[in-house]
Write a protein that binds this ligand. Structure first.
Ligand code: SAM
Ligand code: SF4
Length: 457
């Protein structure tokens, strides 16, 4: 396959050049248009990316907030990563797990250890996990991943497992699908070939094209929820954000389905990193702009924020279009049992517990959600996109957020959280105008109080 058809550097550079000096009036028109929730053209994105005007930024942020609420309502989905192995035969210069890092304590979790981690994550109150591992065919091949997914599901009440792993062949993706994963996530890191080559000097990951085409193989295997996103800081963010959206456009045109999620990992210092400094450091200001632009450009795509960012910025980003957030995370295999600085992928910048994070989400008026319904109701891929595009997903999201929050309050929450959560639920119920929906939620809440669990629409 000619992968230049997916990402053409000339096309991306030309768009950035053509829209470099877009007028203020035109930027305002683009932001206005975005609120119809039909997305933006690549040219319009190129224009927004190159806007520095502070006043326009505020208008952009307001639009991102508006769109997030229109499509997803007030809910913010919460999850935690489970690192099953830090063994890796690649040499990504920026990553603590790279093979050349001899200081790292290497570890692949045994079955008992995976069970322990899954239970510890669940004990915090989580129902959704992102499973992560390095790439080493001997220890983290498809058998390890499938085994880890099955073990985690069997360990307790984790209801959705998404995975972030190396690309693979269709046959292996089929095994992953059979194991019952939700979203398959893979970051291209950078879409800029020359930078990609420098950052990935050896190992299987050096093959840019094999990585770029992974989500197509996943689709062929029947996994229709996929997540993408560049690692911000490796190359000019304007190029990489535009390329991510081009990748999304290509998938939409060819398969009728865009990414279920876009993540915004920003490069962090890692143990024994091969980089002396961050090549294209992204400022907080630009980071906020990036999140808001994604929200305007692909309104129906979830945007995921991790604990790579600090608490203050994360709290702010909750109001700029983020729809999923990790919390209470550990980034070393076995980290929920015992933290090991020398086994981590990167340092967390937000050390708050899940309960503390949930309180902040509630204080800001969002509804924390542990919902796993769409995947189990087969609202995935195209079916999900159609619902989201017509802004109908909000109805499901709100109800399921309230129901899963109630479970959390009864089973895991601190006293403070119980108070804040119940206040939020009552306030939200009072705001629901449709009496039949209110009655339905109240009836289900009653069932949950009586001991029923895992109720969803
Ligand atoms: N090994 C698999 C791979 O590379 O695709 C999956 C797991 S890898 C640990 C997950 C992601 O972590 C990578 O795709 C990369 O974007 C991100 N990452 C690696 N090093 C990082 C760092 N120093 N700071 C922030 N994110 C990093
Ligand atoms: Fe290995 Fe992934 Fe880290 Fe690269 S980013 S060194 S492939 S774990």
């Amino acid at each position: 396959m000619d992968t230049n058809k997916i990402i053409s550097e000339n096309q991306i550079n030309k768009l950035l050049e053509d829209y470099r000096n877009t007028t203020k009036e035109e930027i305002l028109r683009i932001i206005e248009k975005s609120q119809e929730c039909h997305g933006l053209t690549l040219g319009e994105v190129a224009a927004l990316l190159q806007t520095e005007d502070e006043g326009l930024m505020e208008i952009l942020f307001d639009a991102a907030r508006f769109i997030k609420n229109k499509i997803y309502g007030k809910r913010i989905v919460v999850f935690a990563p489970l690192y099953t192995s830090n063994e890796c035969t690649n040499n990504c210069l920026y990553c603590g797990f790279r093979a050349a890092n001899k200081k790292l304590h290497r570890k692949t979790l045994s079955k008992e250890e995976i069970i322990h981690e899954a239970k510890s994550i669940e004990k915090q109150g989580h129902k959704r996990i992102l499973l992560v591992c390095g790439e080493d065919r001997r220890s983290t091949g498809i058998d390890h991943i499938v085994h880890a997914v099955k073990t985690t599901y069997e360990a307790g009440d984790i209801r959705r497992i998404n995975v972030n792993t190396a690309p693979m062949e269709v046959e292996d993706f089929k095994k992953l699908k059979m194991a019952g994963i939700g979203t398959y996530q893979i970051f291209q890191e950078t879409y800029h070939r020359e930078t990609y080559r420098k950052m990935h000097p050896t190992g299987a990951k050096a093959d840019y094209d094999y990585r770029l085409t992974a989500i197509e193989r996943a689709l062929e295997a029947g996994i229709d929820d996929f997540g993408i996103g560049p690692l911000l800081g490796l190359y000019d963010y304007k190029f990489d954000v535009l390329a991510t959206l081009r990748h999304s456009q290509y998938m939409d045109e060819k398969y009728g389905v865009g990414p279920h999620t876009i993540s915004v990992p920003r490069l962090k210092p890692a143990l024994d990193s091969g980089l002396k400094e961050i090549p294209y450091a992204v400022s907080d200001k630009d980071f906020k702009k990036i999140v808001a632009i994604y929200r305007l450009a692909v309104p129906y795509t979830g945007i995921i924020l991790s604990t790579r960012e600090n608490a203050t910025l994360r709290d702010e980003l909750l109001n700029l279009g983020i729809s999923q957030i990790s919390a209470g995370s550990k980034t070393n295999p076995g980290g929920y049992g015992k933290e090991d600085k020398e086994a981590k992928q990167f340092e967390n910048s937000d050390e708050r517990t899940l309960d503390e994070m949930l309180q902040v989400i509630c204080e800001q008026g969002h509804i924390p959600s542990f919902c796993t319904a769409c995947y189990r109701k087969e609202r995935t891929g195209n079916a999900f996109m159609e619902l989201a595009k017509d802004a109908h997903i909000d109805g499901f999201c709100q109800v399921n957020a309230i129901l899963t929050l109630k479970e959390n309050l009864l089973d895991y929450a601190s006293e403070n959280m119980v108070r804040k959560g119940n206040t939020l639920i009552n306030r939200t119920l009072n705001e629901i105008k449709d009496a039949s929906i209110r009655n339905l939620i109240e009836e289900r809440l009653g069932q949950i109080e009586m001991g029923k669990r895992d109720l969803y629409l």
